[in-house]
Design a protein around this ligand. Structure first.
Ligand SMILES: Nc1ncnc2c1ncn2[C@@H]1O[C@H](COP(=O)(O)OP(=O)(O)OP(=O)(O)O)[C@@H](O)[C@H]1O
Ligand SMILES: [Mg+2]
Length: 219
C-alpha cells in the first residue's frame, strides 16, 4: 500500500530530515512511528501522504510513484488519505459541522450528502451534539476528535495521525486511542506518529523507530 525505498528528504537549507529510509506498510496495518523530537516523524507522514516528494529514493502509494507523478495527479492520490496534523488545523471561525462538511463540499459532494456524511462522522467521534459549536468552545480532546472526524469523513483507506494525544489527559487520550483502534478494526490502515507509550500499550501496534532521520533495524 505504502512503500519507501531508500528515501531521503532534504529541506532547503541542507538539513537532511530523512536518510535512506526503506519500509513497507500493508493494507489494514496499525503502525506506530516513534522517535525523539526532530527525528523526522512528521516528515515521514508528509511523504506518506504525498504532501511532499522525496529528495532521493522512491515513495510508492498504491502502486504509484509519487516522485514521478505530475502535480495535478497528486490531489487524486491524496484522497486515499485522512490526515490529522500535529497542529490539527481546525477552522476556528466555523462550526464543528462546517469543519467536517467543508472538505466534502470542496471536492464537489452535493450538499445533502455532505451534510449526511459529516453528521455520521461527528456521531462516530461522539461530537454530534456539539455540531453547532465552534472549535474554541471544545476541549482539547474534543478538538482532536473533531480533527479525526474531518479526516475520516471521505472514508479514506489510510489514516495518518500525527501526535494525536500530545496535549491530552489520560482519559481523553484513551478515548482517542479506542477510536483509532475502531477505525483500524473496520479495515482502515492507521499510521500514528507518537511519543505516547500508554497509547502504544493500548493499541499494540507494529512499531517503526526513527532516530535522526534513520529507521532502526528492529522495524
Ligand atoms: N519545512 C521544513 N523546512 C526545513 N526544515 C524542516 C522542515 N520541516 C522539518 N524540518 C526539519 O527536519 C527535521 C525533522 O522534523 P520533523 O518535523 O519531521 O520531526 P518530528 O520527528 O516530527 O519532531 P516532533 O516530535 O518535534 O514533531 C527537524 O530537524 C526539522 O527542523
Ligand atoms: Mg512532528
Amino acid at each position: 500500500m505504502i512503500s519507501f525505498s531508500r528515501v531521503t528528504k532534504r529541506y532547503p537549507g541542507g538539513h537532511e530530515a530523512l536518510s535512506g529510509v526503506s519500509l513497507a506498510i500493508e493494507a489494514g496495518e496499525l503502525v506506530f512511528v516513534t522517535g525523539p523530537s526532530g527525528a523526522g516523524k512528521s516528515t515521514l507522514m508528509r511523504l506518506m501522504a504525498a504532501i511532499e516528494r522525496p529528495t532521493a529514493g522512491t515513495v510508492m502509494i498504491n502502486g504509484q510513484n509519487v516522485g514521478a507523478l505530475r502535480d495535478r495527479a497528486l490531489p487524486y492520490l491524496r484522497r486515499n488519505f485522512g490526515l490529522v496534523f500535529q497542529d490539527h488545523k481546525l477552522l476556528f471561525d466555523r462550526s464543528a459541522f462546517d469543519n467536517v462538511a467543508l472538505p466534502l463540499a470542496i471536492v464537489g459532494f452535493p450538499r445533502r450528502e455532505a451534510a449526511r456524511r459529516a453528521r455520521a462522522a461527528l456521531d462516530k467521534v461522539g461530537l454530534l451534539r456539539h455540531e453547532r459549536a465552534n472549535p474554541v468552545a471544545l476541549s482539547g480532546g474534543e478538538q482532536q476528535r473533531l480533527a479525526l472526524a474531518r479526516a475520516i469523513v471521505h472514508r479514506p483507506a489510510i489514516l495518518l495521525v500525527d501526535e494525536p494525544t500530545g496535549n491530552l489527559d489520560a482519559a481523553s487520550a484513551a478515548a482517542l486511542g479506542e477510536l483509532l483502534k475502531s477505525f483500524n478494526e473496520v479495515g482502515v490502515t492507521v499510521v500514528i506518529a507518537s511519543h505516547d507509550e500508554a497509547l502504544a500499550a493500548r493499541l499494540a501496534p507494529r512499531r517503526l523507530a526513527l532516530d535522526r532521520g534513520k529507521l532502526a533495524d528492529t522495524a
